[in-house]
Ligand binder design. Structure first.
Ligand code: GLY
Length: 497
C-alpha cells in the first residue's frame, strides 16, 4: 500500500501520530499510539509471545531502560555505535552520509565504511545537500546513544539503552542460576530502545524511540547442531538472499546446514521459526527473505547476520536482525565488570554463545498495515479495509444494534458483555447508519460485525458479517462467543457456518 495511505489512515483513526504534536518544535522520531493503534501493537507482541517465546519454552524478563556507562563501554556501543554524518556547508543541515549515497546510487552502502571512503563516494557521485544543494562537509562518526546524568548532583553518567538485549546479557547469569536451567536457554524481552537517529523518517520505520522484541538464545557452541526439534523444520524452505549468488534461493533447513550456508542447526532452526512467525502474522511467503550481510554491513558484535526483510511499497524493509553474536557480549561484560559469567556444563567451563532474534515491533506494525490495506471500488463508492489477522485486529467483533429503542440496545450491551466474558475483544457501536458502522469497523480491520435487529427479539438470532467477503449469515445468539473464539483461533471458518 502506498505510504500516504498508511499515514492518512493512521492520522484519521489515531493509530499513531507524532508525540507532543501540539508543540511545533518537538523532536521527530517519537510516536504516540492511540487506542486502536496501541491495541494492534500490544497484540503484535502477544502474538510473538504466544507463537515463539512460549512455544519454544523461552523465559521473559523486563529490564531497566537506563543503564550505567560501564555497560556500554563493555558492550562496545560507546566506541562503535556510530552513524556516518555529513553537514551542509551552506544551510548546516545534517545528513546520514551512507543513506544519501544509497539514494543517489541505488546501491547498498555499509554504514561501517571508513569515513574517507564515504567522502570519496560523495565526491564521485557529485552528491550535494538534498535541502539546498550546498556543498557537503567531511563525513564524521556520530554516536547514536542518548546520554543522561542521574542523581541530584548528576555525577552518574548513564545512557538510554540502544538495544533491549543488553539487559538480557546483564541478567543471564542470574537467570541461569535461579531458573535452574541448562543450556540452551532463550531469554526474551519486549520493550523500548533509544537511538539518536540523524534523520528519522518514514514514520515507524526509522524512530528514535523504537519498540523491540528481542530473544537471545544462549547455547553451548560445541552443541550448535544439537537441536531436538530440528526434524520439524529440516525440510522447511527458507527464503535466503545469498551474498555469493546475489539472488533469492529457497533452501531447506537441512541443506542450509549441510552446505554450510549457516553456522549450524541452531541458526537454521531459528530462521525457520522466524519465517513461520511472520507467515502466521499474515505476510505472504513470497514477500519475505533473509538477506545475508557481508562483513562491512554486520554490526560490530556479530559473526553472522541474516536480516529478515519484507517487501513493501517502499522496497524491502528490515524487520529483524538475526545475529550470531558468539560469546562476544558475555565475555566483554565478564571482563569489564570482573564478574564470572561463564558456565560449567559437561565438565567444561565456557562462555555460552548467543543467537539473537531482534525484531522491531513498530516496523512489524507498519508492514502489517502495508500488507493488509485494501482499497476496493464498489460502484461509485470506495471501500477501505485492513485484512488483519483476527488475533492482531484491535477488536474481534463489533456489536451493532439496528436502533437504540425497543430493547435492541440492551440486547447489544448484553451480547458485548458476554463476548468479553470469553476474553474476546468486542465493542459496541450504536451511532450512525449500519453501513457507516461497517465501514468504520472495516477500516481498522475488525473481522466480524454482529447486527442485532428485530428478528433477534423473535428468534434469538443475529446477523454475523465477515469483513473480507462482506458475506452475512444468521447465527443463534447463544452460540456466538464460542463461534467467534473458534474463528479467531483458526478452528472454524466463516464459510463452514
Ligand atoms: N540487538 C540488535 C539490534 O538492536 O539491532
Amino acid at each position: 500500500m502506498p505510504r500516504d495511505d498508511i499515514v492518512n489512515l493512521a492520522a484519521r483513526r489515531s493509530l499513531f501520530y507524532p508525540s507532543a504534536e501540539i508543540y511545533p518544535n518537538s523532536p521527530s522520531g517519537f510516536w504516540d499510539f492511540g487506542p486502536d493503534g496501541e491495541t494492534i501493537r500490544r497484540k503484535i507482541i502477544e502474538f510473538w509471545r504466544n507463537e515463539l517465546v512460549e512455544k519454544e519454552g523461552f523465559v521473559e524478563i523486563y529490564g531497566a531502560q537506563i543503564l550505567p556507562e560501564a555497560v556500554f563501554k563493555a558492550s562496545g556501543h560507546l566506541e562503535s555505535f556510530n552513524d556516518p554524518i555529513t553537514q551542509c556547508a551552506k544551510c548546516n543541515s545534517l545528513h546520514r552520509a551512507d543513506k544519501l549515497i544509497e539514494e543517489k546510487t541505488k546501491e547498498n552502502v555499509p554504514e561501517s565504511l571508513p569515513t574517507k571512503d564515504l567522502d570519496k563516494l560523495i565526491e564521485k557521485n557529485q552528491i550535494t545537500c538534498p535541502k539546498c544543494r550546498g556543498r557537503l562537509g567531511e563525513v564524521r562518526k556520530f554516536n547514536m546513544m542518548m546520554g543522561l546524568d542521574i542523581g541530584a548532583t548528576g555525577q552518574q553518567r548513564c545512557y538510554l539503552r540502544p538495544e533491549t538485549c543488553q539487559t538480557i546479557f546483564l541478567n543471564f547469569n542470574r537467570i541461569y542460576k535461579t531458573m535452574r536451567q541448562n543450556l540452551p536457554i532463550g531469554i526474551a524481552q519486549a520493550g523500548c530502545s533509544f537511538r539518536n537517529e540523524i534523520a528519522p523518517r518514514n514514520t515507524l520505520l526509522r524512530e528514535r524511540e523504537l519498540g523491540q522484541m528481542e530473544i537471545e538464545v544462549f547455547f553451548d557452541p560445541q552443541k550448535i547442531d544439537e537441536v531436538p526439534d530440528f526434524d520439524y523444520v529440516s525440510d522447511y524452505l527458507l527464503n535466503l538472499w545469498l551474498l555469493d549468488e546475489k539472488k533469492l534461493v529457497k533452501v531447506s533447513c537441512s541443506d542450509a546446514v549441510k552446505k554450510k550456508i549457516v553456522s549450524g542447526k541452531t541458526v537454521a532452526y531459528y530462521l525457520a521459526r522466524v519465517q513461520q512467525l511472520y507467515a502466521n502474522y499474515g505476510i505472504g511467503i513470497d514477500k519475505m527473505r533473509f538477506r545475508q550481510l557481508d562483513k562491512d554491513e554486520k554490526a560490530f558484535y556479530a559473526a553472522e547476520t541474516w536480516d529478515f526483510e519484507v517487501e513493501t511499497d517502499l522496497g524491502w524493509i528490515e524487520l529483524i536482525a538475526c545475529n550470531y553474536r558468539t560469546d562476544y557480549d558475555l565475555k566483554r561484560h565478564s571482563k569489564v565488570s570482573n564478574t564470572e559469567l561463564s558456565v560449567s556444563e559437561d565438565g567444561r567451563k565456557f562462555f555460552p554463545h548467543v543467537f539473537e532474534i531482534s525484531a522491531g515491533i513498530d516496523r512489524t506494525m507498519y508492514v502489517l498495515l502495508d500488507h493488509t490495506f485494501r482499497k476496493e471500488k464498489r460502484g461509485a463508492e470506495e471501500r477501505i479495509f485492513l485484512a488483519l489477522n483476527p488475533r492482531i485486529a484491535p477488536y474481534l467483533a463489533g456489536v451493532f444494534p439496528l436502533v437504540k429503542k425497543d430493547g435492541l440496545l440492551e440486547l447489544a450491551k448484553n451480547l458485548t458483555a458476554e463476548i468479553r466474558n470469553y476474553y474476546l475483544d468486542a465493542f459496541m457501536d450504536e451511532k450512525g447508519s449500519i453501513g457507516k458502522r461497517y465501514a468504520r469497523a472495516d477500516e481498522i480491520g475488525i473481522p466480524y460485525a454482529i447486527t442485532i435487529d428485530y428478528q433477534t427479539k423473535e428468534d434469538n438470532t443475529v446477523t454475523l458479517r465477515e469483513r473480507d467477503t462482506m458475506e452475512q449469515k444468521r447465527i443463534p445468539l447463544e452460540s456466538l462467543p464460542e463461534t467467534l473464539w473458534k474463528m479467531k483461533h483458526g478452528k472454524l471458518k466463516f464459510s463452514s457456518l
